[in-house]
Design a protein around this ligand. Structure first.
Ligand code: C2E
Ligand code: MG
Ligand code: MG
Ligand code: MG
Length: 287
């Protein structure tokens, strides 16, 4: 009997599993509990305009701190949640929290900073995606004009009428649209012309080595030129050094995100960052 081998039959079998399978089972169980308790938090990273040193936007990044597993990176649990379909309720919780945190930002006096949210292709492809995002915004009494939606190339790669019409509808509602991690996906350039996109975010992997590798620099330069010809603005993600910053400025990049300015932080800390930023850049102007 299994009882002899553990506290109960389950733990007997559980202990026989490989550590990978244990992790997956654990993740699945804990994620389901986290969804029930809406146990996720959002951190925010500022996006800075190179032309006038203003914080024009912030990107919401989900954080999950689990009692037993500790901090689990979104790079681990988001792909897992996409496989199991749990991404849909998680994504709805994230959008809801984004609305709540936006209110805090507005209450602190920051009325024109837009908030980016990352949307999974699985959620985007749901038949009722538009309905679901609209109803969360309505419940929170906020408008799409406050938000930017970040999607990867994978999400918009399907060049079907459904994808096109969804993107057009999102634009009509007032959302700004960004392609995230640009350059790492399937990079079919045809969609860039066909879709109503506002921003390209150059993937961190290009920025990371652009100072020492000429090839990476060439790619970054080409992306910026192309985006501008297509009337899109460019965001460089993962900027960590002043050398990277200066190169990007020379190349005409529009916006910068990265540890050089700030790591993602909770809303209260972001508001402190904004207050300090204002003081520093106000003084700069008066001199
Ligand atoms: P992403 O949307 O491309 O986000 C950028 C990632 O780079 C974030 O990691 C951010 O913390 C990190 N980062 C920003 N600046 C720097 C830098 O200067 N250096 C380095 N080394 N890293 C930097 P994070 O928060 O761990 O998120 C990883 C990925 O997980 C995101 O990539 C996104 O694909 C996904 N993700 C995060 N939050 C959400 C969410 O709310 N919804 C969905 N669907 N996906 C999310
Ligand atoms: Mg993103
Ligand atoms: Mg990215
Ligand atoms: Mg990424």
């Amino acid at each position: 009997y299994s009882k002899q081998n553990g506290r109960n039959g389950f733990s007997f079998y559980f202990e026989d599993l490989s550590s990978d399978s244990k992790r997956v089972l654990k993740l699945d169980g804990e994620l389901r509990k986290a969804i029930e308790n809406k146990d996720f938090e959002l951190y925010f990273q500022p996006k800075i305009s190179l032309s006038d040193n203003r914080v024009v936007g912030i990107e919401a990044l989900v954080r999950w701190n689990n009692e037993e597993l500790g901090f689990v990176s979104p790079a681990e649990f988001i792909p897992f949640a996409e496989e199991t379909g749990l991404i849909i309720p998680i994504s709805e919780i994230i959008i809801h929290k984004a609305c709540e945190d936006l209110r805090k930002l507005r209450d602190a006096g920051y009325s024109d900073i837009t908030m980016s949210i990352n949307i999974s292709s699985i959620h985007f492809q749901q038949v009722n995606f538009l309905k679901s995002i609209k109803s969360i915004l309505e419940k929170n009494n906020t408008s799409a004009n406050n938000f930017e939606i970040e999607m990867t190339e994978r999400t918009v790669m399907n060049n079907d009428t459904d994808t096109v019409s969804k993107l057009v509808r999102l634009k009509q509602l007032g959302f700004k649209l960004s392609i995230d991690d640009f350059g790492t996906g399937y990079s079919s350039l045809s969609y860039l012309v066909r879709f109503p996109l506002d921003y390209l975010k150059i993937d961190r992997s290009f920025i990371q080595h652009m100072v020492s590798l000429d090839e990476k620099q060439a790619v970054v330069d080409a992306i910026i030129q192309m985006a501008h010809r297509l009337k899109m603005k460019v965001v460089a993600e993962g900027v960590e050094s002043v050398q990277q910053l200066n190169l990007l400025r020379e190349m005409g990049c529009d916006f910068i995100q990265g540890y050089y300015y700030s790591k993602p932080v909770p809303m209260d800390e972001l508001i402190e960052f904004l207050q300090i930023w204002e003081v520093v850049h106000q003084e700069g102007k008066e001199k």
